[in-house]
Write a protein that binds this ligand. Structure first.
Ligand SMILES: [Zn+2]
Length: 65
């Protein structure tokens, strides 16, 4: 699978192995970047299944006027 932030290939741990704390990101940094996006309000809906997140979120939030 690929890192949701930078699209770098991420090794999936074998069954029974502990997940890295930054999984499914390739690094802590990418996890923080993703968190930052959330805090910026760029994601409009909660992500339930990260593996299903193949399309990037829209860059521009809807204009509420
Ligand atoms: Zn990454």
């Amino acid at each position: 699978m690929r890192c949701p932030t930078c699209k770098k290939e991420v090794d999936q741990p074998a069954a029974g192995e502990a997940l890295p704390k930054h999984f499914p990101f390739c690094s802590d940094r990418c996890q923080l970047i993703d968190l930052g996006r959330w805090l910026d309000g760029k994601y409009q809906i909660p992500v339930v299944d990260r593996e299903d997140r193949n399309t990037p979120p829209p860059d521009d939030p809807p204009v509420l006027d």
